[in-house]
Design a protein around this ligand. Structure first.
Ligand code: FES
Ligand SMILES: [Fe+2]
Length: 410
């Protein structure tokens, strides 16, 4: 099934080319919301720990569709569309909180925490006058319910029927790396969101682009947190859309970036508080950076002791909201929490590492404006989609497009 009659064909080279119209076509964007985010995908909603007990809620998104995630009076999780059955207003405005019921602010229709309509204001009118007819069905347009799965503390949601379990969706090798981080109960430390001036796919490609990290991010290379010469690898899982990249800081310092004249190793930088990079090998396997990307819009991050989840919410063709939640383990002591918070200076919109990602993806969106009939070249590490010991590879970017094209029929 073609996306639209006027959508150009995918380049004949296949996964090694990405045509620039995929970031610029408004019809394609609307179809993505239905076929990718509201189609056969598991979408990360939030950490289970962000809903600390019964009668709590927080808001999230399924693509551009607002969603409410709740825990009912018994503590069971639910997720449903954040849209009133009456005239379609948002039911919940606050990002998170506690409540026993929800009332739409527009005309005061009420809902329980499972998303079921429980009351219609003045349904029978007043003194026999006004109100709804007896045969009216006010819940006929009730908010859609999501199926959810709590995978080791990560809440995923989908509108599709018959989805495989999250573990199968990730693939066994990626799932193992998710469980490596989510090995014990977590506690949220704080969060924020940032607006990215680009199509959502450019950000997810950036996350899966293991080639760029030590070339774009001066901080990574200068302070030897991540270099392509270090031991590591990239694992591709699921139908190609899930991946892990990881690296291990070297004991022996190589100078390959300096010899090659890479901008990111230009030198001249030092930290006034180098202890911010003192890290603890708390998982015990020596992996110092691990990034997991899950199609379509989820990232689980370990950079030294800085743990975070990131969630992509498209806000239009060329605008993306990126939500970050930093977390630690529930049994962390004060010193460990402070270490995580200090290292959180590396991430987020002004993070010493992450700030450059939003800039780079914005540069692409700006540069391709007149090049809809041209293509990006994705040939690092070959032409296929496969796990690889070298991170000088774009294999997981090709995997992203494999998953995307399967859902879009392109
Ligand atoms: S739109 Fe919600 S009660 Fe009218
Ligand atoms: Fe990056």
């Amino acid at each position: 099934m073609a996306a639209t009659p006027q959508t150009p064909a995918w380049p004949q080279e296949g996964l090694t080319r990405v045509p620039y119209w995929v970031y610029q076509d408004a019809d394609l964007y609307r179809q993505e919301m239905d076929r990718v985010f509201r189609g056969r995908s598991w979408n990360f909603l939030c950490l289970a720990a962000e809903l600390p007990g019964p009668n709590t809620f927080r808001t999230s998104d399924l693509g551009d569709m607002p969603v409410v995630v709740t825990r009912d009076a018994e503590g069971a999780f639910h997720a449903f569309e954040n849209r009133c059955a009456h005239r379609g207003a948002l039911l919940v405005f606050k990002p998170a909180g506690s409540a026993r019921e929800m009332a739409c602010v527009y005309h005061n229709w009420t809902y329980d925490l499972t998303g079921k309509l429980t009351g219609v204001a003045f349904r029978r009118g007043i003194k026999g006058s006004g109100g709804m007819l007896p045969d009216a069905q006010p819940d006929a347009q009730a908010p859609r319910q999501l199926k959810i799965e709590n995978y080791h503390g990560l809440l995923f949601g989908t509108l599709a029927d018959g989805m495989p379990p999250v573990e199968d969706y990730l693939g066994a090798d990626v799932a193992e790396k998710v469980r490596r981080v989510m090995a014990k109960p977590v506690k949220p430390l704080g969060g924020y969101s940032q607006m990215l001036p680009n199509n959502w796919k450019l950000y997810m490609e950036n996350v899966k682009d293991t080639y760029h990290a030590s070339l774009l991010h001066l901080f990574f290379t200068t302070f030897r947190i991540n270099r392509l010469s270090q031991r590591g690898g990239v694992i591709v899982g699921g139908d190609g859309g899930c991946h892990v990249s990881y690296s291990i800081t070297d004991a022996v310092k190589s100078d390959d970036y300096e010899k090659a004249g890479m901008r990111s190793a230009a030198g001249g930088f030092a930290l006034e508080a180098p202890e911010v990079l003192d890290s603890v090998d708390e998982i015990g396997d020596g992996i110092t950076v691990q990034i997991v990307g899950v199609f379509p819009g989820f990232v689980l991050q370990q950079i030294k002791n800085c743990l975070a989840v990131r969630r992509v919410a498209p806000r239009g063709l060329e605008s993306t909201e990126l939500f970050w939640t930093a977390f630690g383990y529930a049994d962390d002591d004060q010193a460990r929490t402070e270490l995580r918070l200090a290292q959180a200076n590396l991430i987020g919109p002004a993070g010493f590492i992450s700030m450059e990602d939003g800039a780079a993806t914005g540069f692409v969106q700006r540069a391709i404006i007149g090049a809809g009939d041209h293509q990006a070249v994705v040939e690092m590490g070959g032409r296929d989609v496969a796990s690889n010991e070298s991170r000088i590879s774009e294999t997981s970017v090709r995997g992203f497009w494999q998953a995307w094209r399967a859902r879009m029929g392109l």
